[in-house]
Design a binder for this molecule. Structure first.
Ligand SMILES: *Cc1c(COP(=O)(O)O)cnc(C)c1O
Length: 230
């Protein structure tokens, strides 16, 4: 049966939020739909999910309009969570409400320009790279200050927070230092006067640890939709 895990996921999210001194509604569930077809996403909308994450422009170009036509009245929010090439920035602005994977100044400048052209204020997160072994993409920690200073000056972007993808560990406790570090980077940025609060961190295997460390958005695929058939 699809979605048999969803109640359990919400419960684990809520408990982790409370362990971090927050309320369950302070943490948003983003259902990651890569390799998931429009029909199953439609069913997910039916059980109340509204925030979806896609990792590739190519797939999103098809799925987003399909899901919209299946559920024209649902207020669905689409998150881009995968690496974005600068030459696809225009399409990303058109398709996505919020882009988590802004990993270079060049990309931010391009998004700012395309958002300006269509009169949109594009919501973004900056992807931060906290170790050598983790995902290839992301802004290095020692560059964050200068990047933030510049992106906060871009008129057509709204910088809402930070995102990271730690290396994969069987034991989610091993990811905890990365989550904590991202929170510290955000807190330092806030102290420096940059108004942003979101921390996009935590996936199927480690979302409770991420929430304990302050995640405001968790990106969960497998635990909701099952193993991806690739
Ligand atoms: C695939 C993916 C997820 C979801 O991973 P699961 O382990 O299936 O929950 C989260 N974030 C990013 C960036 C992804 O690419």
């Amino acid at each position: 049966m699809p979605f048999e895990n969803i109640k359990d996921i919400y419960k684990r999210m809520a408990h982790a939020a409370m362990r971090s001194g927050r309320e369950p509604q302070d943490v948003k569930l983003i259902a990651v739909t890569k390799e998931v077809g429009s029909e199953l996403i439609h069913q997910a909308v039916h059980i109340g999910l509204r925030e979806f994450g896609e990792s590739r422009i190519q797939a999103a170009r098809e799925k987003i309009p399909e899901v919209r036509s299946l559920d024209p009245r649902a207020r669905i929010v689409w998150h881009l969570i995968g690496h974005l090439q600068t030459n696809k920035a225009k399409a990303a602005v058109k398709l996505f409400d919020i882009i988590h994977s802004v990993d270079s100044l060049e990309l931010a400048r391009s998004l700012n320009r395309h958002a300006g052209e269509v009169g949109k204020r594009q919501r973004i997160l900056l992807q931060v790279k906290l170790s050598d072994e983790e995902s290839k993409y992301g802004i290095l920690k020692n560059k964050i200050r200068s990047v933030l200073a510049e992106v906060f000056g871009m008129q057509n972007l709204r910088v809402e927070g930070l995102m990271t993808i730690p290396p994969f560990f069987e034991d989610p406790e091993k990811a905890r230092p990365y989550f904590r570090e991202l929170r510290e980077v955000r807190d330092e940025a806030v102290s420096a006067g940059h108004d942003m609060k979101e921390l996009s961190m935590g996936m199927s295997n480690d979302f409770t640890v991420a929430i304990e460390e302050g995640a405001t958005m968790v990106r969960i695929g497998t635990a909701i939709f099952g193993e991806r058939r690739k």
